[in-house]
Ligand binder design. Sequence first.
Ligand SMILES: [Cu+2]
Length: 133
Amino acid sequence: MIRPKTSFLGAGAVLLAAGLLLGACGGGTTTAAPTTAPTTAPTTAASSGTGAGAGVAIADFSFTPADLSVKVGQEITWTNGGSASHTVTFDSGVDSGTLKAGATFKHTFDAAGSFTYHCNFHPAMKATVTVTP
Ligand SMILES: [Cu+2]
């Protein structure tokens, strides 16, 4: 017969240690004010941030977001996540050429305005980039 004769002692030691830790915490200073933490959302500045680049996802058959807002000088990256080839063709003349599946196209606007674009292969694919100063 094998008897686990130390199990109760072990559990008691753990409880004792935990009690000491809790006691130490309770008497100390309140280190962090938890109500102010959520004001800084660190990871959600991707699509319309200030300094970082913006992104448009190309799918079969749409641009997302269809209306992207960026600032002058902010780089935009289109990524073709579809299986068909697409283009990013602005009415203003900027043209990505054929973007095969997985291809990317980058463009930076240096003037404010509202710029519409479409896909040469699928005229129903339309979207807008709004550039603000
Ligand atoms: Cu297309």
